[in-house]
Design a protein. Structure first.
Length: 322
């Protein structure tokens, strides 16, 4: 018998859809990882860095993408032990990279194709620190749903959103033409195809626990679900579009930097107000419908009791379980 939560969910967002998203994200991660490794092996620069002036993806980064895709695929196939094993390897590699940054030992990202990495365009293309952090969050997102704690699925979604934010930070920098936007300290910035792959990977990670947290709200068939599916994408895309228009106008000479910042702040305030107002209106309408249904239910109950009183009959209920 389906639960109340399943009954309240939109039929379009069933488990089959989430499994397909996980498989698609896994396939992309595996294809990107294997292609980059093949590019380092054969010296094909187009596969490792997309364009000559962009950063190249480190071979160990490509391996982590491949393993993350394999873990997602195993999760779609309900192979718990395989998921935990592969995700542990990804987390170990990411942890060793972060320890290398802090303590200066175990250069795990320089173990493969060391000569090619040192001579690639005059820059040592090691794994970016934000990439290592994203892989550590990926390992947490893959492992958390199997924990017994009731908040473990929520932790998985928080980690998946962290991966998405890290990837968006790098991609927005590339989109705005800010070459150093994805740079951490003196390290090279995240490669552009790493950012794209992390975005797709985060979508697959969000589908690991579709019956908990934000994903459950997005699946709801009522006003909350419809509002979330409408407002959340706009809340992400609108600031990016406003920032793009602000830079375009500033570069075109329509206004200076100070006026551009002021216009962007005003535009964000207006858009936030409109989205909030639309949400409040939708909630108000939903509340009116709820009140009308409650009144109809109370009236029906009163009429039912009146009919019992006039007919001099009653009713009883036996709770066998109790």
């Amino acid at each position: 018998m389906p639960s109340l939560i399943e009954d309240a969910c939109d039929e379009r967002f069933d488990q089959t859809l989430f499994d397909r998203v996980k498989i698609a994200a896994a396939a992309l991660c595996i294809v990107v990882g294997v292609s980059v490794l093949f590019g380092w092996w054969q010296g094909i620069e187009t596969l490792t860095r997309i364009r000559p002036h962009l950063s190249a993806m480190n071979p160990v980064t490509a391996i982590c993408f491949t393993l993350s895709g394999v873990a997602l695929l195993y999760h779609a196939l309900h192979r718990r032990r395989a998921v935990l094993t592969v995700s542990a390897v990804v987390g170990l590699v990411a942890g060793l990279k972060l320890l290398n940054l802090w303590l200066g030992f175990v250069p795990v990202d320089a173990l493969l194709f060391a000569d090619e990495i040192d001579s690639a365009g005059g820059t040592i293309h090691l794994m970016a620190p934000n990439s290592a952090t994203a892989f550590l969050l990926t390992s947490i997102a893959l492992t958390a749903p199997y924990a017994r704690h009731r908040r473990s699925a929520d932790l998985s979604q928080v980690a998946a959103f962290g991966v998405l934010l890290i990837a968006m930070f790098a991609l927005i920098g590339y989109g705005y033409g800010l070459s150093g936007a994805g740079r951490i300290a003196l390290f090279i910035p995240m490669a552009i195809h790493s950012g794209v792959t992390f975005c797709v990977l985060s979508l697959g990670l969000l589908c690991l626990a579709p019956d908990r947290g934000v994903m459950l709200i997005l699946r709801q068939n009522g006003p909350a679900g419809a509002m979330a599916r409408t407002v959340l994408p706009l809340a992400i895309l609108v600031p990016i579009i406003i920032g793009t228009l602000r830079l375009w106008g500033q570069n075109a000479g329509y206004y200076g930097s100070e006026a551009g910042v002021a216009l962007m702040i005003v535009a964000n305030v207006v858009v936030t107000f409109v989205l909030l107002l639309a949400s409040l209106i939708a909630l108000h309408r939903s509340d009116l419908v709820r009140v009308e249904r409650e009144r109809a239910l109370i009236l029906s109950e009163q009429q039912y009791r009146l009919a019992e009183s006039v007919a001099k009959v009653g009713h009883w209920r036996l709770d066998l379980a109790g």
